[in-house]
Design a protein around this ligand. Structure first.
Ligand code: FAD
Ligand SMILES: C=CC1=C(C)c2cc3[nH]c(cc4nc(cc5[nH]c(cc1n2)c(C)c5CCC(=O)O)C(CCC(=O)O)=C4C)c(C)c3C=C
Length: 485
């Protein structure tokens, strides 16, 4: 039984009656744990079912016995927007304020975005002055791309690739050197496949409405995201806005967010079952039965926080149309290598660098972890590779040694680090990031509409649908919980 509600200003309506119902949350990643947290105290029983032996999904930190920390998945959270504020407010309500480590916009790792072109690192323009100067690898000042947008005719459409949209509006070089690497640094994906309406909806909307992105952004200011005033009640959110934080993390690593959520959920009476893979879901009257190897659990509602491809197989017997729509969301695999060296070996302070897909390089990018969050006299780098190109570069099942060699060679060639790493960890994250390809939003809308029409008490949350980051995953879980209540 859930014991009490501890979510304070996390919900807009302060008092909600306790609903006598059982809710199953599928998946014990951050969105599943967040969904359970937002439900707790408001419904009778919440059961989280996690297939693996650990909670947290792709959020995974290794803390070495000497205190050195490696992140294998995400490492920072964005502050901007309501979704950013929501996670900060959640961290505060979980008592994590003292463990938050912030990175302001003025920090070199927030200011300096680098790309690797022709084997050399190039800093992307980050000020008015650099936007009006010709900066390699661009052949003209970036500010001139604004003129391209003001002159180019709009092409009316419902969706197109991010790459083609940006090339049309701002020119080939912006698409090639800014957007293509960005798509790799958020989706490990190919900007030529990813959907503009899913990833830059507002830019697309204002172009379609006003004929130009820049004119549209100015004319359409009133339709920009309205700040959620509830978030102003959070001291941590206020501090982050006042001190102009760009991103943040937690002392000891992001896994602490998951561990704290887990602990709070357990204290609040949420039933959490690990090693409990969901095999199927069947309808029984107005209720649903969740099938696992060990039991059949009858529930009033399911919030699925499973990746769409996993949910697709789970509900293939429940409804084939929804299952097919979910299966249309592709996932890609990323090779991740953490390397640790003695001394300070990175000369150019930055978050890291990204490699555009036009480069003959199997690496997607390198993160300079210790530039953002120093760890004594050490250099820690995370090299990420594969993504959309994983299979064509590495085949079906490359050895860890191949992945490690690729990482070590990359830092040797690009950063001139010739010494052997003191420590390293190699991970191959299979199907770790969903790809919001052209048509994604429509497929998700159709899947949700079908569930509603079929009166299936099943909500879709997690990072497969409305945003790939942790903030999006958490807010999607909150929304699913709110809609249920
Ligand atoms: C390399 C990498 C770097 C990233 N960097 C960032 C970053 O810097 N900032 C950021 O905001 N985000 C980042 N992300 C994205 C972030 O990790 C995700 O948004 C977030 O972890 C998604 O959480 P989730 O709970 O929705 O899904 P998941 O983490 O995928 O959790 C789903 C859970 O469901 C379980 N499961 C699957 N099938 C079943 C089944 N049949 N039955 C029961 N359980 C099942 C899985 O074991 C898993 O625990 C990154 C992701 C990757 C891969
Ligand atoms: C500079 C190097 C980076 C590499 C390499 C990189 C790899 C990488 N990232 C993801 C998924 C996400 N990254 C996110 C945020 C994010 N990533 C980088 C840089 C690199 N990522 C930065 C600087 C940021 C912060 C972005 C900002 O707005 O300042 C996110 C969250 C995005 C969000 O909207 O919240 C995700 C998701 C993968 C899969 C990956 C593997 C190659």
């Amino acid at each position: 039984m859930c014991k009490h509600s501890s979510i304070g200003f996390q919900f807009t309506s302060p008092v909600t009656e306790l609903k006598v119902m059982t809710v199953a949350v599928l998946g014990g990643g951050v969105s599943g744990l967040a969904a359970a947290h937002y439900l707790c105290g408001r419904v009778g029983r919440v059961v989280v079912l996690e297939g693996s032996e650990r909670l947290g999904g792709w959020i995974e930190t290794t803390s070495h016995s000497d205190g050195v920390v490696f992140e294998h998945g995400p490492r920072t959270l964005r502050v901007a927007g309501n979704a950013g504020g929501n996670t900060l407010a959640l961290a505060e309500s979980l008592g994590l304020t003292d463990r938050v480590v912030s990175v302001p916009y003025s920090h070199p790792s927030a200011r300096n975005r680098m790309i690797l072109v022709g084997g050399k690192l190039h800093k992307l323009p980050n000020s008015l002055k650099t936007a009006f100067t010709k900066t390699s690898p661009f052949s003209r000042p970036l500010a001139l791309s604004a003129l391209t947008d003001l002159k180019a005719k709009p092409v009316l459409n419902t969706d197109e690739s991010l790459f083609s949209f940006v090339r049309r509006r701002f020119g080939l070089e912006v698409a090639k050197y800014a957007i293509d690497p960005l798509a790799r640094g958020v989706f490990a994906g190919n900007a030529r496949d990813l959907s503009v309406t899913s990833l830059a909806k507002r830019l697309h909307v204002v172009e379609q409405k006003h004929g130009s992105v820049l004119k549209g952004l100015i004319k359409d200011r009133k339709n920009a995201e309205k700040p959620n005033l509830d978030l102003a009640k959070s001291e941590l959110v206020q501090r982050a806005r006042k001190e102009r934080w760009s991103v943040w993390s937690l002392e000891g690593g992001l896994e602490n967010l998951v561990r704290t959520l887990e602990k709070r959920n357990r204290e609040d009476g949420v039933e959490i079952r690990t090693n409990t893979k969901v095999k199927g879901v069947i309808q029984s009257g107005g209720r649903l039965v969740v099938q696992t190897d060990s039991e059949e659990l009858e529930v009033d509602h399911i919030i699925s926080c499973l990746p769409a491809n996993c949910l697709s197989s789970v509900i293939s017997q429940t409804n084939l149309d929804v299952s097919r729509l979910l299966a249309s969301i592709p996932f890609v695999t990323v090779g991740v290598v953490n390397l640790e060296y003695a001394g300070h070996l990175v000369n150019e302070p930055a978050f890291g660098y990204l490699v555009p897909s036009s480069e003959p390089n199997r690496v997607l990018g390198v993160i300079f972890d210790t530039c953002t969050f120093p760890q004594g006299n050490r250099t820690i780098l995370t090299i990420m590779m594969g993504g959309y190109w994983f299979k064509s570069w590495f085949g079906d099942s490359p050895s860890e040694q191949t992945i490690l060699d690729t990482a070590v060679n990359e830092v040797r060639q690009t950063l001139g680090i010739n010494q052997e790493p003191d420590r390293f960890i190699v991970k191959i994250l299979r199907d770790c990031i969903p790809q919001y390809v052209v048509g994604h939003s429509e497929n998700v809308t159709n899947a949700r509409r079908l569930l509603k029409d079929l009166r299936l008490p099943l909500s879709l949350a997690g990072n497969s649908y409305d945003g790939a980051g942790i903030n999006d995953a958490i807010i999607s879980a909150k929304k699913a919980a709110q809609e249920l209540l």
